[in-house]
Design a protein around this ligand. Sequence first.
Ligand code: NAG
Length: 198
Amino acid sequence: MRSFIAAGLSLLTLASAQPFELEKRSATCMATKDAVKVAQNFRALIHEEFNTTLAQTAMTKDFTDYSDSVITLINGGCVDGPVALTTPTFSTRKEFIAGQSSQPPIPFKILNLWHTCSTVIIRWRASAPGTITTTQEPVTGIIVIETQPNRKKVNDQPFLIQTVFSEFNSGAWLYDLGVFDPTCPAPPPPSGKRSIAI
Ligand SMILES: *[C@@H]1O[C@H](CO)[C@@H](O)[C@H](O)[C@H]1NC(C)=O
């Protein structure tokens, strides 16, 4: 009991001094079918021939996309590339439409899906041979999609995509594009443990 209370107290302390943002709760809670629809919409926007109508009906106007992985691709892995890491990749729906409509469709398979009342989390893999230039390394990523309930109810989209946090293996992607040329094989770990070169 005592340890239970102590755990509760430390959670409270954490909540009052949190250095991070917690999910904003809404009065409406999405059902799993709504979460699947949100995920399928997002997948369609990057996997299929670009559909501006879908973007306009499935996303909020103030859509914002954060992806240091995408920025790393845009910058070709260079430190002084055109877009600074940590800044939004797209700041509005209009910017997303302009940027994404000029991209070739990305092979994108959803491996897992989870959701809360307003957030959808997916794990995905792009591994279709020949689509990111010549194959080689599979690229796996995780996307957190925050949504807003659709108040207008004018279309068949109960939850709109508002904020996307997306990270993936941009090292493998740059390798597949031929931008990153690693020294192979990787050096053996010093003590039989896996080593990470940082
Ligand atoms: C584009 O999206 C809209 C809205 O979801 C849909 O009605 C339409 O059929 C889509 N067009 C194509 C070519 O898939």
